[in-house]
Ligand binder design. Structure first.
Ligand code: FAD
Length: 289
């Protein structure tokens, strides 16, 4: 299934598209537990799942293997993330060929984060728009792209970032998934500005439930996401209690999802951190209304 078709259908039927993101595990035992999590979350009937691409192309083989296995053996539509970092155009072509041979039709085209002391291989692409147009010219994948309600951390300002985002859309990206964020006001303001400059493809909120204090620090450091003061106050109250922190995280993410869906979001993309419990809990709460 081309994911863009599912978003088109969602606009017609008002049935939101739910998707789950996973990352390739570092160890062999991690693989078993990943596939168990995917099986577990399959019971929630997601529209698609996606698998990240390791920084610096470190998980090239694993990402391809996992998406093909999820799609062929578990029977869920799977999208591979693919970044510019560390690959020559030939290597990108090879990866695309492997994905196509495995029946994968969807790719999230990313710029990626340059490692410190990065020496790009010959001909490597720098920005996601270059990768997207290369993929569009050489193949027939449905393409997603990343976007940033709180502005990409390296962009000089939000207007420049939006203009760059428009280049990615003009290069042939079919839908956008946002970086995680905790304040829907940021999403709505960003979406409005994106529409004003002519970005008319689906913009899908990316939601990550807070699991524990360590994960919050890591997430906010990596993504630059701000924590609203109301959420911060709730988290401070339960600081040393992981179970209570997770309950706050699930409650907050559920409220975010409800408000987004009530205001016409085309779906929700969950950053699962390879765990099923929080995402399942949010789904149950959403279903109860
Ligand atoms: P780009 O669109 O290339 O943008 C990067 C920066 O460059 C921005 O500041 C933008 O304003 C600027 N820019 C863009 N185009 C141009 C241009 N033509 N000229 C000048 N400036 C330009 N990282 C991974 O390593 N693996 C993953 O699997 C992964 N999955 C992700 C999934 C989602 C949904 C999101 C939101 C992010 C993901 N990331 C992943 C992180 C992402 O790679 C980083 O945030 C990276 O810094 C930017 O990627 P991008 O695709 O947004 O890049």
């Amino acid at each position: 299934m081309r994911i863009s078709d599912r978003y088109t259908q969602a606009a017609e039927t008002q049935l939101p598209v739910f998707s789950f993101e996973f990352f390739p595990p570092k160890t062999e035992t991690g693989f078993g537990s990943l596939y168990r999590t995917v099986q577990d979350l399959k019971l929630l009937d997601p529209d698609f799942v996606s698998v990240t691409w390791g920084a610096g192309g470190s998980t090239r083989r694993k990402t391809v293997e996992i998406v093909v296995r999820i799609q062929q053996e578990i029977g869920l539509t799977a999208m591979a993330h693919l970044s510019c970092i560390g690959s020559t155009p030939d290597q990108i072509t090879q990866t695309l060929d492997q994905l196509a041979a495995g029946g994968i039709e969807n790719v999230l085209a990313l710029g990626g984060d340059r490692p410190s002391e990065y020496e790009p291989p010959p001909g490597a692409f720098t920005y996601a728009n270059e990768l997207a147009s290369f993929i569009q010219t050489h193949s027939d994948f449905c393409l997603g792209g990343a976007c940033y309600p709180e502005t990409h951390p390296l962009a000089p300002d939000s207007e420049t970032d939006l203009r760059n985002l428009k280049r990615k859309v003009d290069a042939g990206v079919d839908f956008l998934i946002t970086q995680l964020y905790f304040d829907n006001a940021d999403f709505f303001a960003f979406e409005k500005k994106a529409r004003e400059i002519g970005i008319d493809i689906p913009i899908v909120p990316g939601i990550m439930p807070i699991l524990n204090a360590k994960s919050i620090r890591r997430m906010t450091l990596l993504s630059g996401a701000g924590i609203p003061s109301e959420l911060q106050a709730k988290l401070t109250e339960v600081e040393n209690d992981d179970m209570a922190t997770r309950a706050v995280g699930v409650e907050w993410a559920t409220l975010q999802c409800r408000e987004l869906l009530d205001n016409g979001a085309p779906g929700i993309h969950f950053y699962t951190l390879n765990k099923s419990t929080a995402t399942r809990a949010i789904f149950e709460k959403l279903r109860k209304g």
